[in-house]
Write a protein of this length. Structure first.
Length: 350
């Protein structure tokens, strides 16, 4: 895993995967099983996508045969899974240009000057490049990353702190439930009575409020409370008009993401509501040789689940194999019994 120095000649690649989130990593695995090598490019400085960047400690319960694992743990397991294939990663750079050549191959360039000559491309870029929606309080920018946070990097650092959480979606409720037991105090602020989060999470939050273990205010942040230039709390105006001065060591803001397709929108690929349209046989976009999996794509019945993205990656791998090697006969091999698969995975002979 590395960031690249600019080179004069493009890197020759069978496949370039744009995005190092769970779907991009699993795509490299599925391609590796078919004997196809891949390079992965991601704008973030580390692999993991939203799992690592936004909620590394968030528990995930719907990965088959794994009752529960943290988002970062899932990424770590996927990285371990692709080790046999020596997948090279190019991190901290955005793919800024994609051009289909006359011979059907693709030229890709990144923001740092790295270029690729690829036989096929997989876009697994999640929601594209994203920025958190920021809290609109005067002077808040000066405290971002110190006492105002849009993601939790280290939950242990919040132990014993006075916390105010803003938001009404899954991230806000998940962290409210996770931190309530260890915070010195915790107040959840949401602008309306209805929540976008899972009903079960909302019910648990209300039970904790009833038990006096956290406070919930329906209202909006009004202004920061400062003491000698440091954050001391936040003023919140409730829906009934009452102003609450909340003491706080940290503000955690979960207003969601502001997704941007970025350069992807300029590549001439068919779009529907800022998502790439694909077929459901091989998850190919409107441009032959360019495939899209995960949250970046759309098709009838689309469900934005990691589980669905894994399924899409498996079918895309066979579509990519046929695109690269149309003369090659395709047949399904099982990792439990196939000597070829065992060799590729480094499984010792019995």
């Amino acid at each position: 895993m590395s960031s690249d120095s600019p080179q004069s000649e493009p890197i020759l690649a069978e496949v370039v995967i744009i995005g190092a989130g769970p779907c991009g990593l699993f795509q490299a695995f599925e391609l590796g099983l078919l004997g196809i090598g891949a390079h992965i490019v991601d704008s973030l400085p580390q692999p993991g996508g939203q799992c690592t960047e936004l909620y590394p400690d968030k528990p995930i319960y719907d990965i088959p045969a794994v009752p529960v694992c943290g988002a970062q743990e899932l990424i770590d397991r996927l990285l371990q899974q692709i080790k046999p294939f020596n997948t090279r990663m190019h991190l901290g750079q955005e793919v800024s240009e994609l051009v289909r050549r006359d011979d059907g191959r693709f030229l890709l360039r990144t923001s740092t000057g790295t270029s690729f000559d690829a036989g096929a491309v997989v876009i697994a870029a999640g929601v594209g490049s994203f920025q958190p929606r920021r809290i609109a309080l005067e002077g808040s920018e000066a405290f971002e990353g110190r006492t105002i946070h849009y993601r939790v990097r280290d939950a242990s650092e919040l132990r014993g702190k006075r916390l105010v959480i803003f938001g009404g979606g899954d991230s806000a409720l998940d962290w409210t439930l996770a931190l309530a037991a260890t915070a010195a105090s915790l107040t959840l602020v949401h602008r309306r009575a209805e929540f976008r989060a899972a009903p079960a999470s909302v019910a648990k939050m209300r039970d904790l409020v009833a038990a006096g273990r956290l406070r919930h205010i329906e209202g909006l942040g009004q202004s920061l409370i400062l003491s000698d230039g440091a954050l001391a709390g936040v003023n919140v105006k409730a829906s009934d008009g009452e102003l609450h001065a909340l003491q706080a060591d940290r503000l955690l803001v979960f207003f969601g993401l502001h997704p941007k397709l970025g350069p992807i929108a300029e590549w001439g690929l068919a779009l529907e509501r800022k998502a790439l349209t694909v077929d459901t046989e091989k998850f190919q976009t409107s441009l032959p040789g360019v495939f899209a999996i995960g949250d970046i794509n759309t098709y009838p019945g689309k469900k934005k689940l990691i589980l669905s993205g894994f399924h899409e990656a498996a079918l895309a791998a066979f579509g990519i194999q046929h695109h690269l090697y149309p003369e090659k006969r395709q047949f399904l091999q099982y990792t439990t019994t196939s000597p070829v698969m065992h060799k590729r995975l480094g499984v010792p002979d019995n």
